[in-house]
Design a binder for this molecule. Sequence first.
Ligand code: SF4
Ligand code: SF4
Length: 406
Amino acid sequence: MKKRITAPREVLHELQQDYFICTKCKICQAVHVQFCTESRFWRNCPSGTRFRWDAYYASGKMEIARGLHIHEIEPSESLRHILYTCMLCSSCQEQCWEVKQLHPTRVFELMREKAVREGWGPMPEHEPLRESLEKNDNPFGVEARKRGEWAKGLQAKHLPKEKAEALFFAGDAYSTDPALFPAVRAAFRALQLGGMDLGILGAKEKSDGALMLLLGDRDFFETFAFDNLETFNGLGVKTIVTPDAHAAWAFKEEYARELNPEIKVRHISEVLDRMIRKGELKPAKEVPLKVVYHDPCKLGRRFDIYEPPRRVLRSIPGLELLEFPRATFNSLCCGGGGGVPYAFPDYALWTARERLYEAEWTGAEAVVTSCPYCLQMFRKAVEATGSPLKVYDLAEPLLMSLGEEV
Ligand code: SF4
Ligand code: SF4
């Protein structure tokens, strides 16, 4: 039997102090308003705001966790809807932690794990993701042999046949959605220009499993984590760098304890920021663009990666960086969190449109982010609304300023 990377597991009842202590103060139902001057943008919870019942806010789900614990309620269709419309964006936890030091988002993650263990989660609409992972090693129905196609013509070293100091891990979305290929190519190219000795796994790259973890299927997640750890630890690399915020989250939070301690995991925004500060990358060409930066939940609230991407953008001559009213720890989810878009695409799009409206409100010409799922959601919202806003990955305006196109 394969070793478990997260044994002993944390289970829902271990957080009972959190859901029994929740006082229904509902502080978790708005952003930190002292840092958001516009009351139009005070709401923070997509599921509560959209479905308008307390059960869809963190306070309601904490009560559901308590009810499940004491067998006061049983799993039902509506309970499953409540649980799987949560974006797991951690905004409620951001608010609650300041005053109560509770972990509502962690409770909901563990509720999903309980749902999967007991057979009432995830949603039936999530099944194709699982089937594709079994068949293709990615959740999005693309044949495994096509996974390295994004890198065609980039003269990338191929690990493990060749050796490199760093592994560039493209991730599930960047390597399977052709609309994201320019973004991931820009990311790879910017690192190369900064002098990083990079290699890729190409078609041999496998899913990080992060999506299964979001859906609550820790067993399935661990099969991918185990295989990847074996691969990573045998590559002889010193760094794993990824442009995928969800992969970075899985590696930093879940893989880290079994990863060779010599290997550092970095999200690309951290590496690009460092390269610019050390003078290894010198953005010189003017990029006359007003942009607003959207903080991906898995980078910002999870790892406090707020400043590195902003410093990258500020280093670009001619570029003006604006801020959302809901920025950094107050950031609203793009609608791509928690595996929601695959089961509830209309609601996910509703959330993305809300965020896009906020981006337009700032007067920006483009929204920039550093997560493939945010990019996908913003592009869907632009398509649905006919918004004139452009949507860029962080690496794209940087590469423009370095005088290259991909
Ligand atoms: S989760 Fe925290 S902030 Fe929300 S109602 Fe409960 S105690 Fe209050
Ligand atoms: S994690 Fe996000 S969507 Fe879920 S209850 Fe908290 S704020 Fe709402």
